[in-house]
Design a protein around this ligand. Sequence first.
Ligand code: HEM
Ligand SMILES: [Cu+2]
Length: 545
Amino acid sequence: MANGVVEGIAIDRSFWEERSRYRGILSWILSTDHKRIGILYLSSMIVFFLVAVGIGVLMRLEMISPGETIVSAQTYNQLFTLHGMIMIFLFIIPGIPAVFGNFFLPLQIGAKDVAFPRLNLLSWWLYMLGACLALLSLFVGNGPADTGWTFYAPYSIRTGTNVTIAVIAGFILGFSSILTGLNFLTTIHRLRAPGMKWFRMPLFVWSLYATGWIQILATPILGITLALIVVERVLGVGIFDPAKGGDPVLYQHLFWIYSHPAVYIMVLPAMGVISEIIPTFVRRTIFGYKMIAFSSMAIAFVGYLVWGHHMYTSGISDTSRMAFSFLTFLVAIPSAVKVFNWLATMYKGSIDFQPPFLYGISFMFLFTIGGLTGLILGALATDIHVHDTYFVVAHFHYTMFGGAGFIFFAALHYWGPKMFGRMYNKKLSYYAWGLLFVGFNTLYMSMFILGYKGMPRRYYYYLPEFHNLQVSATVGSWILVAGILLMFGNLIYGFWKGEKASQNPWGGTTLEWQVATPPPLENFHKIPVVETEPYDHRHKFREVK
Ligand code: HEM
Ligand SMILES: [Cu+2]
């Protein structure tokens, strides 16, 4: 039977109708059901994302002409710091694991919930506490931090803005990520259904497994580093500030020892989602299942060893620069294995260009541009030229936004109907995709060229020869935001008022498509027994009537 059959399941109350002793919003914010926690993360995350997008548009508006346009130079510093902090710590790092990992991991392995449901709820509460603190830093004292999201020392030690509150918020958000990772690793080790052997797990589960190890091993390093900033700011102990005998380069090492592996907390789950979407819409089993699973683990491991490529210009030795450059090229190999296997799966497949597939393969195009420019940044000779310019800003928007961000959108289009039980308007999602894709490339391609020509990042003023491309970048941001708003408007209206969705609208083969839509509270009445490999289109499972 196909990847386990759910026998004798009756149409049951969906998790939306959970009977709990609490009513209204309390029945949500005090629920330990993994599906409800996934929806809690989704709703809070979309709000934070849209706030940060708004800040991004403001920054682009400011840059439409050299000199003051709408905000002062100091405010501009605070805007890019806030934008980066919210996008990284409140959207893209929790992102796919917290929303779709929470909702679908137990369903995909045949479990009733994650291993520690109450700890799971605590992770969301910590996420919200961290978010509230970050937003509080807007309104008290000297206003939000103006250091950039990287909080480089010694400026982050000396500035009078709310760095202390911001880094405490980061510290708390780190715990939310650690607890989520811990929960997922234990769930995958302990709660798989009978027959769900390691090499029968969907590849999304493998990507969450690799990500979980980074979440629990790397995040504590960020926690300690941010705590040391607070110690130095509050107690004046010299750790990073050379004026007090500290070492600012030590700060950079500690910060990037977490923040480079952190880019894989962002991208690995995205690579897992696309490995689900491609077999579904090309109606073929995935090419090189084991190699894709292993390449997730390889990326997670080698990704720990490349952090120095952020510090080629900070005065580290030539030997270490060469070593970090070599290792950076090495990490490109397992990523390329994945791209090759996805293309091989699509080759000669009967492709069904549904919205999830379209958003999904945009990831492959945009992430490949991000990855290849990553090699330009990984090479010493070229990096020295483009480090700290718009080229870097464009590069990480292609990898993080074009990569993980577009997959977040693809996952919403793919799994949203299962989560909410209703469909969205497909035509509108194609239009939204068009605006997103054209706006995205206009904005960030302009920034690639500006950076290559020498436009520094985080600068408020610029030379007249940069003006035309700055204008096209800003126009690109308007088209991009029109796409974002149309996409979310269409999805929210569809999930609320749209036509009822069937149990398996896309013909997926993994377990979540074998339970009712939306899923019942307990997921499965009887623990399923898994008998075949995932993505096996030869076996059709019975619709629950
Ligand atoms: C409509 C969407 C967006 C727009 C218009 C936008 C625009 C920008 C601009 C113009 C900057 C450069 C500021 C400068 O160096 O002068 C920037 C920086 C940044 N963006 Fe975005 N961005 C968007 C979405 C995103 C997303 C989705 C992410 C992450 C997933 C992201 C993460 C960052 C980070 C980390 C920085 C660096 C901030 C710093 O220098 O400290 N952005 N963004
Ligand atoms: Cu890096």
